[in-house]
Design a protein around this ligand. Structure first.
Ligand SMILES: [Zn+2]
Length: 314
């Protein structure tokens, strides 16, 4: 048995896996919002202990644990730095060693999106393929690449698909540059644009739905609800996001010529198959070899995909 953890800004999802990709135990705990990296390490350990108990074992008896983390992950050194969704996490923190001491087993670290893409490649939507581009559509737009059956990490920063430029001198991106795909398609950027348009007098139900649900951010479920109600502002911003995804993803396909594109992430998974179909259609006019498009599929492992993929690091 081995463990896997998906470390997110709001929750820590842990799984314990048996042979052939079977989930034997799982646990979900909220991510601490203060206390810095040591508090997060404590919570990850607690989630794993709970998942191990559900699987009828203890963490010290696991073959190892893989963790998919945001921020700058150094798998060799076992450190994570600049994880800005996590509390006070700027400097490199030796997460692998700290967790290993708490759990009594080996710990390996990987990038959160890349491990989720690895999971889809091994056990999910692309398990029959040799090459894959993962597009994780959420607060930002992350990516993962598999070529000839192996993850392509470049020099450590490959697959930053969110920062493919879809418009020269275009919208300002959270990375500080202009015209990135994420500046149009990232949920964070869409929320900034929605707030700006509301200030200018545009009407939308987005923020009413948010308040009704006791939220402070426009989470994926809020966009979904507004789209169901055909809220004009939500429809306009999502149409713009889909167009940007079409151009950006097709451009990367023109370079890599992968067999399959998998769409995942919070917003991608929430909006589901109809939007995968829309992204597929939006890609079509930008594909250089337009009569042989790649398969475009929805991520198949669902909410546990990140943690299941992380377990493959072991
Ligand atoms: Zn950018």
């Amino acid at each position: 048995m081995k463990g896997g953890v998906d470390l997110g800004g709001t929750k820590v999802q842990a799984v314990v896996m048996g042979a052939r990709g079977k989930v034997l135990g799982e646990a979900k705990l909220p991510t601490p919002q203060e206390g810095g990296p040591p508090a997060v390490a404590d919570e990850i350990a607690a989630a794993l202990r709970e998942a191990a108990a559900a699987a009828g074992t203890e963490t010290a008896d696991l073959a190892g644990v893989g963790v998919g983390s945001p921020g700058a992950v150094d798998g060799k050194e076992g450190t994570v730095a600049e994880a800005r969704n996590l509390p006070d996490w700027e400097e490199a923190y030796p997460l692998a060693r700290e967790l290993s001491e708490r759990l009594g087993c080996r710990v390996a670290l990987g990038n959160d999106v890349q491990v989720a893409v690895d999971g889809e490649f091994a056990l999910g939507a692309a398990r029959k393929d040799r090459s894959l581009l993962g597009v994780w559509w959420g607060t930002g737009v992350g990516g993962g690449i598999i070529l000839n059956g192996k993850p392509w990490l470049g020099r450590g920063a490959a697959a930053e698909i969110g920062h493919v430029v879809v418009k020269l001198n275009g919208a300002r991106c959270t990375c500080g540059r202009k015209g990135c795909m994420e500046a149009y398609a990232g949920r964070g950027a869409m929320e900034i644009e929605a707030r700006r348009l509301v200030k200018k007098g545009h009407e939308t139900e987005l923020f009413e739905i948010m308040e009704k649900r006791g939220r402070t951010r426009l989470q994926s479920g809020i966009w979904e609800r507004a789209l169901e109600r055909e809220d004009p502002l939500a429809v306009k911003l999502i149409d713009r996001a889909v167009a940007a995804l079409g151009a950006g993803v097709a451009s990367v396909v023109n370079v890599l010529d992968v067999e399959t594109v998998v769409i995942g992430g919070g917003l991608g998974t929430r909006l589901g198959e109809p939007y995968v179909e829309r992204i597929r259609a939006a890609m079509q006019p930008h594909l250089f070899v337009s009569d042989r498009p790649p398969a475009v599929r929805l991520a198949a492992l669902g909410d546990l995909g990140g943690a299941i993929g992380a377990s493959l690091l072991v």
